[in-house]
Ligand binder design. Structure first.
Ligand code: ADP
Length: 411
């Protein structure tokens, strides 16, 4: 909107400027004529003088406002290109030049077709220079970087002989990316919920038709129903939690937290599970390291990492099954490490690991009751604490997750 107002004002300022240039010329001619014929009266000269001063002031004002408008147009984030009817550039701003990839320093006076490669931009300009009607479209630009741009063409008649076409360009890449992320998210959630529901439905149907003669099978089916419904409710809870943290609605109670307390607390929770899965859990922690954190949220983050470490280590067919939790100082930060001797993560998966619903092996994650949201939640929690997380892993050897948090400075 600002771009339209600014462009219209620029055109008006341009018009006024042209009119004033014309009027000043006429006034000069009249003054010369009167002077030459030697017929001035003091009164006429006085009036002409006043008119001249008046026009001079308006002329200065027009130049000033044109310059202001030019500065505004150059600095707004929307792109503007003004073309004459032959497609020559009368004015362009830096945003437009960047969007369509105009590199030439002097573009004014040049034909658009000579400076721009993008076919969609050129055909939009060409079509509207011919039709001279208001029009809008969305185009994609691949170079210098991929983006989606909404283009509006506004035809303006300045005078009988002067017509210009204003092309406004708005970068809508973020909106498009959000749209596609939203679509992907909905399709992921539907898929994630559909799988356990199908399984629950299938086993419940089988049980309904059963005569319950084999109680072992009945128990087995019921345990699958229980596990799948538990996973579904975990998935929904994780999703709600993630959304709350992302939207900043989750309340974090920041206080002085002794980091070794977090590690000890987590190790107590995971011990029974680790034992039942045959995984050895070791902790080694320096005491006296404090951070400004939310104890429960830090427990949730370390628990997610440790839970993964134990689960994906227990899946290993042979070799040592060990998980180590440690904490200490790393330069001026506090470092928390969860290290395992488990399945490991292939290197091409590392960059996607924290994406929602990403799993290296979907079937395996489902088997251990995973939701694919645990690491996204960990990353969010670490971010809210002003920290960062790093992963290193080797397939078949093990993984190491490191959380760095700012140390609480006392005093
Ligand atoms: P999930 O609920 O599936 O465990 P997460 O977000 O916690 O989801 O983890 C995403 C994926 O990262 C997992 O499905 C698994 O493939 C991989 N992963 C996470 N931690 C480990 C680990 N310690 N060892 C091996 N793979 C892991």
């Amino acid at each position: 909107m600002l771009a339209v107002i600014a462009a219209a004002s620029l055109v008006l300022a341009l018009l006024l400027y042209l009119e004033l240039v014309k009027a000043r010329r006429i006034l000069r001619d009249v003054s010369h004529a009167i002077a030459d014929k030697d017929v001035p009266t003091i009164k006429i000269l006085g009036v002409l003088k006043d008119m001249k001063h008046d026009l001079e002031a308006k002329y200065e004002e027009a130049i000033h406002s044109r310059e202001n408008m030019r500065i505004i147009l150059q600095n707004i984030s929307d792109g503007i290109i003004i073309l004459d009817r032959s497609g020559r550039i009368l004015m362009d701003n830096s945003a437009a030049r960047e969007m369509v990839g105009i590199k030439e320093r002097k573009s004014v006076g040049e034909k658009l077709v000579e400076l721009v490669d993008n076919y969609e931009v050129l055909s939009f300009a060409d079509k509207n220079l011919k039709s001279f009607k208001s029009d809008s479209t969305e185009i994609s630009i691949l170079y210098p970087k991929k983006r989606f741009v909404r283009c509006d063409a506004i035809p303006v008649i300045l005078s009988e002989k002067e017509e210009v076409l204003i092309i406004l360009m708005k970068d809508v890449t973020k909106e498009r990316e959000l749209d596609s992320a939203r679509k992907e998210f909905i399709s992921n959630v539907s898929h994630e919920l559909k799988t356990p529901l199908t399984s629950i439905h299938g086993y419940a149907e089988t049980l309904l038709d059963d005569d319950f003669s084999d109680l072992e099978t009945v128990k087995h089916f019921l345990s699958i129903i229980e596990a799948e419904s538990a996973r579904m409710s975990r998935l929904i809870n994780d999703l709600l939690d993630l959304q709350k943290i992302e939207e900043g609605k989750a309340v974090f109670d920041f206080e002085e937290v002794e980091i070794s307390d977090v590690v000890k607390y987590v190790s107590r929770i995971v011990k029974p599970m680790a034992e039942s899965l045959g995984v050895d859990v070791k902790i080694s922690c320096n005491s006296g390291i404090t951070v400004n954190g939310d104890f429960d949220r830090l427990v949730q983050a370390i628990l997610n990492l440790t839970d993964n470490a134990i689960k994906y280590t227990s899946q290993k067919e042979k070799g040592e099954k060990r998980v180590e939790l440690s904490c200490g100082f790393a330069d001026k930060e506090c470092i928390l490490i969860v290290k395992d001797t488990g399945l490991g993560i292939p290197s091409d998966s590392i960059s996607k690991l924290f994406d929602r619903f990403y799993r290296v092996d979907k079937a395996r994650s489902r088997k251990v009751g995973g939701t694919g949201l645990g690491l996204s939640i960990v990353r969010m929690i670490v971010k809210r604490h002003g920290g960062r997380i790093e992963v290193s892993s080797e397939k078949g050897v093990g993984s190491e997750f490191k959380i760095f948090l700012p140390i609480l400075m006392k005093g």
